[in-house]
Design a protein around this ligand. Structure first.
Ligand code: C2E
Ligand code: MG
Ligand code: MG
Length: 444
């Protein structure tokens, strides 16, 4: 038999191609084919609506894998696929566009809300897999692809961002909006610029906000807060870049940068005879492994720092994925002699049962509760009760966000041990802080 090598080669290539278009576990067409089909639709001058269904948060899928194994997770995705296939308009292709996301393409005339609502309603019932019901967290994103000028758009990224926003905001489905993209692009720009800031220096600095003892009004400790002054973007608030960095490995570099800067500062102050306890903010991710506490320990030994002069303020803006490691690291820090405070208490996930497990001596009442004390009778009752409970459990209570004398009077009367806030002073650079202290600090 004659073998036509050219033909064989072509068959190989097309085999490889078609395999490249298929998501192996589900047998559905994949992201590449999805994008190819959108491109072809546009080339044919057709207007279409691109859908992305995000079925389960990646973290939740991870938890399923950890608890029940990979093959269970694979069966779960197959069960989701089977359900979705019954929900999209007949004759339409379902694509698997990422580990937790499916896509499909409809004509521009298909009614968006009824298509989406059908999917959302159906997935309110958990997906049954090997007789175990698994709840879904659905977000559907829709991207209208109507004009030839959209040919260079990154369709998948846009429709995925709409699906993510729909789930995050708990609205079920959302059409792509350019503002969403603007927010993502800013996040991307900030994260790339932050990488430079960390490696090139001179853009990041620390400021220090005094905490005063109550009722004496003396200042024995400060909180270190990071500042970022970018050459073209200007001042970027930590409230904006820290939550972004927390989703990446950059957070760890920031934490180490802060630790080094703060240790230098502590040494400089000690050399001037200034003994202030410095608190640094840490997030749960910083304590998922031993590196931070190792570094603190190394600093304490190498530089003869008094560990009593260091404090960790733990904020919990993300759920703990490894609570045991976090507890272990906090206990190590505590044994070293550091103080531990729970930041932003009274918001988020904090509760008493959870608090009791942490080796903390201090809770910092969140400023959102403290700032409204004057205007809200309900907040007054809540804060007074929180302080009583915390003190009953032997915690020091720090009130942050103290903006006027009336608030200071109330929290002093209720027994807070320390106050921090704009009334006392805004965060100060090191030199301004030493001047402020030399001038007598807060005089009431
Ligand atoms: P936080 O740790 O709760 O810090 C207190 C924030 O409240 C600071 O904002 C401070 O400037 C502000 N503040 C203090 N007193 C008042 C007041 O009386 N009124 C009002 N309206 N605000 C007050 P900042 O510096 O913008 O930091 C925001 C958040 O960013 C911090 O909240 C902390 O969670 C995070 N952050 C700042 N620096 C770092 C850091 O070095 N590492 C980490 N992981 N997070 C940091
Ligand atoms: Mg703090
Ligand atoms: Mg706070």
């Amino acid at each position: 038999m004659l073998v036509n090598f050219a033909e064989l080669a072509m068959m190989r290539i097309s085999g490889v191609r078609s395999r490249n278009f298929v998501d192996q576990p589900t047998g559905l067409f994949n992201r590449l084919r999805f994008e190819e089909d959108i491109r072809i639709t546009l080339l044919n001058g057709k207007k279409s609506l691109v859908y992305c269904v995000d079925v389960i948060a990646p973290q939740a899928l991870n938890d399923v894998v950890k608890a029940l194994g990979c093959s269970f997770a694979q069966d779960l995705i197959l069960a989701i696929k089977a359900r979705l296939q019954t929900l999209i308009p007949s004759g339409r292709l379902l694509y698997k566009v990422s580990p937790t996301r499916f896509g499909f393409i409809l004509d521009e005339h298909d009614a968006i809300d009824s298509v989406c609502q059908k999917i959302i309603d159906d997935f309110k019932t958990p997906v049954e897999c090997q007789h175990i019901p698994i709840p879904m967290q659905i977000g559907v994103g829709v991207l209208p692809v109507l004009e030839a000028s959209q040919k260079d758009q990154d369709w998948l990224r846009l429709v995925v961002s709409a699906a993510d926003a729909a789930r995050d905001q708990n609205v079920g489905w959302a059409c792509y909006e350019p503002q969403l993209d603007a927010a993502q692009q800013r996040a991307f720009m900030l994260l790339s610029a932050l990488h430079d800031a960390l490696t090139r220096g001179h853009q990041l600095s620390l400021v220090y906000q005094p905490k005063i003892q109550l009722p004496e009004l003396t200042c024995e400790s400060v909180e270190a807060l990071i500042r970022w002054n970018h050459p073209t973007l200007g001042v970027v608030s930590p409230a904006e870049f820290i939550p972004l960095a927390e989703k990446t490995a950059l957070m760890q570099s920031i934490t180490f940068w802060v630790l080094d800067a703060l240790v230098e500062q502590a040494r400089a102050w000690a050399a001037q005879g200034l003994h202030l306890r410095i608190a640094m903010n840490v997030t749960v991710n910083d304590l998922q492994d031993s590196r931070l506490v190792d570094a603190i320990e190394a600093h304490i030994q190498a530089r003869r720092l008094d560990p009593q002069m260091l404090e960790l303020e733990l904020t919990e803006s993300i759920l703990m994925s490894k609570p045991v490691s976090v507890l272990h690291e906090l206990e190590r820090a505590r044994r070293l002699g550091l103080h531990i405070a729970i930041d932003d208490f009274g918001t988020g996930y904090s509760n008493w049962a959870y608090l009791r497990k942490l080796p903390a001596q201090t809770v910092k009442l969140d400023q959102s509760l403290v700032r409204t004390l004057e205007t809200s009778a309900q907040d007054r009752r809540l804060v007074k009760t929180l302080i009583e409970l915390a003190k009953g459990l032997n915690y020091h209570v720090v009130a942050e966000g103290v903006e006027n004398n009336e608030i200071l009077r109330l929290i002093t009367e209720w027994g807070c041990s320390q106050a921090q806030g704009f009334l006392i002073t805004r965060p100060l650079e090191d030199k301004a802080l030493t001047t402020w202290l030399a001038d007598g600090g807060f005089k009431g």
